[in-house]
Design a protein around this ligand. Structure first.
Ligand code: CU
Length: 96
């Protein structure tokens, strides 16, 4: 599961580090990528984390959440659901 969060107020690498740290500390979050230019945090979750929780964490850290978008993981045609590797989010074309 992935979410993209549009964050207002980050101005430098220090801000990125603070947001990254706050988001990484949330239980259920496995990976965080914060892009300063795009004002966007991309979150990978092991299980569902509510938008409300992300919003609270980010705003407590001193930044503003503009929008939270859930990113669906579409399984490409030709791949069985079981061939989807959740660990590294890749599709494995192994023989059955
Ligand atoms: Cu900064």
């Amino acid at each position: 599961m992935k979410k993209k969060i549009n964050i207002e107020g980050m101005t430098c690498g220090h801000c990125v580090g603070r947001v990254n740290k706050a988001l990484s500390a949330i239980d259920g979050v496995s990976e965080v990528d914060v892009n300063l230019d795009e004002k966007m945090a991309t979150i990978t979750m092991e299980r569902e984390v509510s938008d409300e929780q992300f919003k609270t964490e980010i705003e407590d850290t001193g930044y503003k959440v503009v929008e939270i978008e859930s990113v669906s993981e579409r399984i490409p045609r030709g791949f069985a659901a079981g061939n989807f590797n959740r660990y590294n989010n890749t599709f494995c074309r192994r023989e059955r």
